[in-house]
Design a protein around this ligand. Structure first.
Ligand code: SF4
Length: 362
């Protein structure tokens, strides 16, 4: 392991092994297509990348196979065997498709997969199926949640928050509890890829939703956030500025989750992360980004070693980069614990160091 990389130590490295997927979801970051791209990294290129990850960070990092639908990759088992054989932990984020067979789940258990993440973007079939662009996918997802659990695998629900599903968040929280998920990960929509046209929530809703999520997190449901780093400091925000986190949506969500909060004894696990939380995203064609939604292209693995890419972009990676934040994030007392969404700043201002335009705190 090389010491100069110690200030950036990603805990999760997402490998988008393909952008092919049977689904064509309306909010797809990957802008998935039905068939594999000729630009997909080859089996050998992916194995070389895994070797480089181990050289840089040892066996600390966890690889998450994502897509598109990683199950559409014919060599997926070979790649998983390679990662597991090198002693790295791995998880997988598949689409809820027929390819997630009992035989494959058994293989994942045998290779000690740490987490299977399934997306659930609505508390009702109407909303989820609409966003996933496929009738029946809500029911398919619930069936797969049960199947994954029945194989003794850890399961996580991923939910992207957008205008249409805000009122269904308590329903998804209940499903998370009912199915005994290890984590409920909330993605705040970044209007990138196919999500460019999806209606996003307002700043007021963003603050209220994070306040509600923090409240249920403190009750013990293992909530994590992506591009919602204010979640980490929400208790401090609520103390300083109760006027900006107790709006109508907060009260509605609290009211609609009251029986859940009263009746369930949750597990109490770790809090969430944002785009500076130590992630790396390797896209299907070898482009490297800080995270899947933080569209800062740092270089390509076909023309640079991973070490070069990291070194050339250290100013954007890791907590040290927060000393250079601009605007109200730069002067905020929470800039190291929160830091704002860099993905949102890049999209809004073309500058990843600018302030987070969703935040109402000052
Ligand atoms: S101003 Fe920036 S760092 Fe401070 S709470 Fe808001 S988003 Fe976080």
């Amino acid at each position: 392991m090389l010491n100069q990389y110690s200030q950036f130590n990603p805990s999760l490295i997402f490998m988008e092994v393909t952008n092919a997927c049977e689904y064509q979801c309306l909010h797809c970051r990957a802008e998935s297509q039905k068939t594999p791209s000729p630009e997909d990294l080859s089996t050998q290129e992916l194995k070389n990348t895994i070797d480089q990850i181990i050289t840089l960070w040892g066996k600390e990092a966890e690889i998450i196979f994502t897509g598109g639908n990683p199950l559409m990759r014919e060599d997926l088992k070979e790649l998983i065997e390679y990662v597991a054989g090198r002693g790295l932990r791995f998880g997988i984020s598949p689409a809820a498709s027929e390819a997630l067979t009992p035989e494959f789940l058994s293989f994942l258990r045998e290779k000690e997969c740490s987490m299977v993440s399934l997306s659930l973007d609505g508390g009702t079939p109407a909303t989820h199926d609409w966003l996933r662009n496929r009738e029946g996918s809500f029911a398919d997802t619930l069936a797969l949640l049960s199947a994954v659990r029945s194989f003794g695998l850890n399961v996580q629900i991923n939910t992207t928050v957008f205008m249409r599903n805000v009122h269904e968040l308590p329903d998804i929280a209940k499903i998370s509890v009912d199915y005994g998920v290890e984590a409920w990960e909330i993605f705040f929509l970044i209007n990138t890829g196919r999500a460019s046209g999806v209606k996003n929530i307002s700043s007021e809703e963003y603050m209220d939703i994070n306040h509600w999520l923090r409240t249920i997190r403190d009750k013990g449901l293992n909530v994590r956030t992506v591009e919602g780093p204010i979640f980490r400091v929400m208790n401090g925000i609520a103390k300083d500025r109760p006027d900006i986190v107790n709006g109508d949506i907060f009260h509605e969500l609290m009211g609609n989750s009251k029986s859940l909060l009263d009746s369930i004894k949750f597990n109490n696990k770790e809090a969430g992360q944002g785009s500076f939380g130590g992630t790396l995203f390797i896209s299907h064609n070898g482009d490297v980004y800080p995270s899947g939604l933080f569209k800062l292209n740092m270089g390509n693995l076909r023309s640079n070693f991973l070490a070069e890419i990291i070194m050339n972009n250290m100013k954007y990676l890791g907590k040290n980069s927060r000393s250079d934040l601009k605007g109200k994030c730069g002067s905020c007392k929470f800039k190291y614990a929160c830091g704002g969404s860099r993905a949102r700043a890049l999209l809004k201002f073309g500058d990843p160091m600018q302030f987070d335009s969703m935040c109402l705190y000052s």
